[in-house]
Design a binder for this molecule. Structure first.
Ligand SMILES: C[S@@+](CC[C@H](N)C(=O)[O-])C[C@H]1O[C@@H](n2cnc3c(N)ncnc32)[C@H](O)[C@@H]1O
Length: 212
């Protein structure tokens, strides 16, 4: 378990190049400066930004199967979690970050430009308006309740898609409330950044009812 900022930084540093780690340090400085201007992260997490946000996002990489190729789709990226972090740490993986709030979109565009993140595209609109494509990975932290998340994003998935959904203490309960075929897609993995949190790791294309 990652207990403090020092452990969080070490955890992240072990999983990326020194160039990526340097970019993450710059990102954190900018995030903390911007957090004074707009509500990007909750105040209670400012003193533990590496544990609560950077390592919390970085741990998802441990659940990406070796040899995964294709686009990583992050839903409701907000201040950058987890999509900006995984994009910085894995520059070879193309990322699409979807975010609808204008100020957050501007923030994400600025981060992308300043960090020269060539593997990132920011879709500044509601997910419902984004054209479908096949995603190798779909991630979402604090985006929507699980059934809504699945019905909104199933059209981006294939049989090979990996789903990475950090959840709080409700993870198992949310998974168990799904219909049987969807429930079987997801496993509950302990989060390394909080004893009370878990990650729903899934595989495949969920069957969903027709959406209007
Ligand atoms: C609670 S925040 C979480 C942000 C980030 N994922 C994190 O964990 O820090 C949810 C984000 O999803 C965005 N969002 C909610 N519904 C959306 C939609 N339908 N399409 C695109 N973005 C959406 C919101 O604007 C917000 O920034």
């Amino acid at each position: 378990m990652i207990e403090n900022e020092e452990q969080a930084r070490a955890f992240v540093a072990e999983r990326c190049s020194s160039e990526s780690f340097e970019l993450l340090n710059v990102f954190v400085s900018e995030l903390l400066a911007e957090a004074g201007r707009q509500n990007l992260i909750s105040r209670s997490t400012i003193d533990r930004v590496w544990q609560r946000h950077i390592a919390d996002s970085a741990q998802l990489l441990d659940h990406v199967p070796r040899g995964t190729e294709g686009v990583w789709l992050d839903l409701g990226t907000g201040a950058g979690f987890p999509g900006v972090i995984t994009a910085i740490m894995r520059p070879e993986i193309p990322h699409v970050l979807v975010e609808s709030r204008k100020r957050r979109v501007a923030w994400l565009e600025g981060v992308k430009e300043r960090a020269s993140l060539r593997n990132c595209s920011v879709q500044g609109s509601r997910l419902q308006l984004v054209e479908s494509f096949d995603a190798a990975v779909i991630s979402a932290r604090a985006f929507a309740p699980l059934p809504d998340l699945i019905s909104l994003s199933a059209r981006f998935s294939t049989e090979r898609t990996t789903w990475l959904l950090p959840k709080g203490r409700s993870a198992e309960q949310e998974r168990d409330a799904l219909d049987s075929p969807q429930r079987k897609m997801f496993h509950v993995k302990q989060s390394l950044t909080s004893r009370d949190a878990a990650i729903l790791v899934g595989k495949g294309r969920p069957k969903v009812g027709r959406r209007t």
